[in-house]
Design a protein around this ligand. Structure first.
Ligand SMILES: [Zn+2]
Length: 358
């Protein structure tokens, strides 16, 4: 058996250390180094301050560094596939902005999150994308406003879900950016088509509505008229079309979901949400059938332990009953708390899921 000659590990490490000292970007992607005093690993070109040699160890791949207990540096993003830490940082910032449009995003907020100076971030962002972070934030929000208006929502909802709140200053800024008032933009948008069906369920009359992209509403009420009025309130500017035949698949899937005959339901949803609502709703979807959680447990789970009331609000505004199981959230003391579709339905759903009813 032939053996390929390998450099002695000692000399490899010496070369690698030299590359780290020199911040040699040409060796990015060939190895990473971990710093035991911080628990972070970096690519050779990372701009951060150099650690002492005795605290540094080398790994061929990011994965090895992670297995050794290090976490990726937020500044040089050693896990990004292309070797350019600048564009990787900017990509990460863009993703962050897109997921946090409803937060009060400022440059200093971003600087804290990405552990860099505001000046450095601003300059890097501009040099890679050609626009400032603030201009990018505005563009992302505007895109969301447009999508929300095109989906047939009213202006207040569209602005709120895009992180604009309700201040008139922001309203005016949106109007400037759109080149017209949001109302006018909405009227000009091609009205979205929302198909729906109404069927009976163990919880009373049930309405299911969907766009081409997925389910946008699941509601319960005592009468069909109530359900239809609710749909008009939710999608005042959409073309609403009753279509029992084409919706029958969704109807069956949701009936199975209620009865617990579907082990792992993954229904495509097309719903508007702030990033906060989305975080809450995703946490709800991870609660196993038959179990419940408290509002504060969910708040902790999403990393916002003080936001118990905001969690409760997110539950109360869930547009898709059962598919997002907000009924599995109860009060700390075991009291059922509220439910958008009536406390009796919540009680009944929980009883079904705990196997006490079928
Ligand atoms: Zn780094």
């Amino acid at each position: 058996m032939k053996r390929t000659p390998q450099p002695a590990p000692e000399s490899t490490d010496t070369n690698r250390w030299q590359a780290v000292i020199n911040r040699d970007a040409s060796l990015d992607g060939t190895f990473v180094f971990g710093v035991s005093s911080t628990g972070v690993f970096c690519r050779p070109s990372c701009p951060s301050k150099r650690a002492r040699r005795e605290n540094v160890s080398f790994f061929d791949h990011a994965l090895q560094a992670e297995q050794a207990g290090y976490r990726a540096c937020l500044r040089c993003r050693p896990k990004a596939v292309d070797g350019n830490p600048q564009s990787a940082l900017v990509r990460a910032m863009c993703r962050y902005i897109e997921q946090h449009t409803e937060d009060h995003l400022t440059l200093s907020h971003l600087a804290k999150e990405f552990r860099g100076s505001p000046f450095h971030l601003q300059r890097t962002f501009k040099s890679v994308l050609g626009v400032s972070p603030k201009a990018y934030i505005d563009a992302v929000r505007l895109r969301e406003v447009k999508q929300n208006l095109q989906a047939g929502h009213d202006v207040t909802t569209a602005l709120y879900a895009a992180g604009y709140g309700s201040s008139s200053r922001l309203y005016e800024r949106t109007a400037t950016q759109l080149g017209m008032t949001p109302e006018k933009y909405r009227r000009g948008a091609v009205a979205a088509v929302v198909r729906y069906t109404i069927a009976s369920s163990p919880l009373g009359r049930m309405l299911i509505a969907a766009t081409d992209r997925g389910i946008c509403a699941i509601q319960f009420a005592n009468s069909d008229q109530q359900l239809q009025q609710g749909l008009i309130r939710e999608f005042p500017f959409a073309v609403r079309r009753r279509d029992d035949a084409s919706m029958s698949q969704w109807r069956d899937a949701i009936s199975h979901l209620i009865a617990g005959q579907e082990a792992n339901p993954s229904l495509p949803l097309d719903i508007r949400a702030t990033a906060f609502q989305r975080r809450v709703w995703e946490a709800l979807q991870r609660i196993p059938r038959g179990e419940t959680r408290s509002y504060s447990a969910i708040a902790k789970k999403i990393g916002a332990p003080k936001a118990t009331r905001a969690v409760a609000r997110a539950c109360a505004t869930n547009p898709v009953a059962v598919a997002i199981p907000c009924h599995r959230i109860i009060r700390e003391d075991g009291n059922l708390g509220g439910y958008r579709w009536g406390i009796e339905r919540k009680e009944q759903l929980l009883a079904i899921e705990k196997g006490r009813l079928s």
